[in-house]
Design a protein around this ligand. Structure first.
Ligand code: SF4
Length: 474
């Protein structure tokens, strides 16, 4: 989707915004409205018409019907709101230069420099929806209404700065009761849940305070939750290929344990997968295993008990090839341990890599087949899908993962993120000036096009070329 399509509804069949009457104000101990299941997540069981939203009349917003838990509905995506939001978002993130290059097939040759843009890069549908909703929330609930955001709306510092500029205050991704108390968070406040979702307990604490919640969780993330809840319900341990500390994976693991006695184990890479496979096949030292996966398993997890029946899922933004290998190895271990006839009782799988991640990885794979001198990957350093793009690039050619064009200090110096040591490093003489050069550019799903434009402009400038001449040549 392009930014021009902002009015289009990208909502999954669920509400974006809801108001839940504070617990203390409910008569007869009314049902608490947090998602105890996919259908129960929404007052209408998921059948809300696309684009419908729920919010409080406290905001003076237009109200319609009341739901069983006391929530009242308004449409956050009213045409007047979306028109204003669309204009604002386009002004902040659109790039005409990028659009012109794309219209020419994604390649420009100018003054001895060739730039190839990956066919797919930048904002995905889930990110665009999250940003739309955050901007729409500010429109519908203007200042001085307090709007809080759990952590970051997406993993891009520039976008988060823009959200802050709207007067939306970022709090910790998982605020505890003390922090909520210090904020004096209550029914007059709005809380935005980011695109990668939040933990069940966090949502519950916020809703118990009666806040309006603007839920921007991506539908693809919710699909993983649904799968993991299904595993838990059937007594199957979720093995999640992901980063244990990433917000999305934390939210997903909370779904595994929130509604019963489910368990989970997070594996980050193939090395960890092989450890799990060895334990499945041969058993091992329980304490050593638990220590090795400290912080990546459910409370009470016992590998002797909870690795007997497993279901694999994954963080939506992992490398597809690696995820497939994780699935294959665990399946093979189960088959060797229990035999092909019983495999169905011990192993399940569901591919939860999202389409947008896949498209960006496929497009980069294709781009990397072209001869190039270097690749620039633009995006937030804590962005999972962006880091995987950088990982793909660095296997093939010099790759520089930068969060913005300012990191390209000169042709002699670039500061870029090294994800293997989790810090920025400096590389000298990274951009050849004495010969023709071919540069590839891609960006993660949370990177706006204006940052790609700045990157292109900076490259042109560093090569001693005239940006205005480039623009007029396109
Ligand atoms: S990367 Fe995928 S899961 Fe994440 S917000 Fe985008 S579409 Fe949704």
């Amino acid at each position: 989707m392009t930014l021009a399509d902002l009015g289009r509804d990208l909502t999954p069949a669920a509400s974006d915004v809801r108001f839940v009457r504070p617990k203390s104000s409910r008569k007869g101990g009314g049902k608490l409205a947090f998602p105890s299941g996919w259908a129960a997540a929404w007052p209408d069981g998921g059948s809300t018409p696309q684009g419908a939203s729920v919010a409080s009349t406290l905001m003076g917003a237009e109200s319609t019907s009341a739901t069983s838990d006391g929530a009242r509905r308004i449409n956050l995506r009213r045409p007047d709101v979306m028109e204003a939001v669309g204009a604002q978002v386009v002004a902040h993130y659109r790039s005409e230069l990028v659009e012109r290059i794309r219209a020419r097939g994604g390649t420009i040759c100018f003054g001895g420099m060739t730039i190839h843009l990956a066919k797919e890069f930048g904002f995905c549908y889930g990110v665009e929806r999250a940003i739309d909703l955050a901007y729409a929330a500010r429109k519908v609930f203007p200042e001085p209404k307090r709007i809080f955001l759990l952590g970051e709306i997406i993993h891009n510092p520039e976008v988060n700065d823009q959200i802050r500029n709207l007067g939306i205050v970022s709090v910790s991704p998982k605020p505890d009761d003390a922090e909520l108390e210090a904020l004096n968070l209550g029914s007059d406040d709005v809380v935005i849940i980011p695109a990668f979702g939040t933990e069940v307990g966090t949502r519950r604490r916020i809703e118990e305070r009666g806040c309006v919640t603007v839920d921007t969780t991506c539908g693809d993330v919710m699909s993983v939750w649904k799968r993991v809840r299904g595993y838990s319900k059937d007594g199957v341990t979720s093995i999640i290929h992901g980063k244990a500390k990433h917000e999305e994976t934390k939210a997903t693991t909370s779904q595994a344990t929130a509604y019963g006695t489910g368990h989970y184990l997070v594996v980050f890479n193939l090395e960890e997968t092989d450890m799990v496979c060895r334990y499945i096949e041969q058993g091992g030292d329980r304490a050593t295993f638990l220590e090795r996966f400290k912080g990546a398993h459910s409370p009470g997890f016992d590998p002797d008990v909870h690795l007997v029946a497993v279901g694999v899922a994954n963080q939506t933004t992992m490398l597809r090839g690696e995820t497939e290998e994780v699935q294959r190895r665990i399946r093979a271990a189960m088959e060797r341990r229990y035999g092909p006839a019983l495999l169905g009782e011990h192993f399940r799988v569901f591919d939860t890599i999202c389409g947008a991640t896949q498209d960006r990885q496929d497009a980069l794979g294709k781009l990397l087949r072209a001869p190039m001198d270097l690749l620039i990957v633009v995006g937030g350093y804590n962005s999972s899908n962006t880091s995987h793009l950088a990982e793909m690039g660095e296997k093939v050619l010099p790759t520089y993962f930068v969060k913005n064009a300012a990191k390209m200090a000169s042709a002699r110096k670039i500061r870029h993120w090294n994800q293997h040591i989790s810090r920025e490093v400096e590389t000298p003489d990274w951009l050849p000036l004495d010969r023709p050069v071919t540069v590839g550019i891609t960006a993660g799903a949370s990177c706006p096009n204006n940052l790609i434009e700045e990157t292109i402009r900076r490259l042109v400038q560093l090569r001693g070329l005239d940006v205005a001449a480039l623009l007029s040549a396109l």
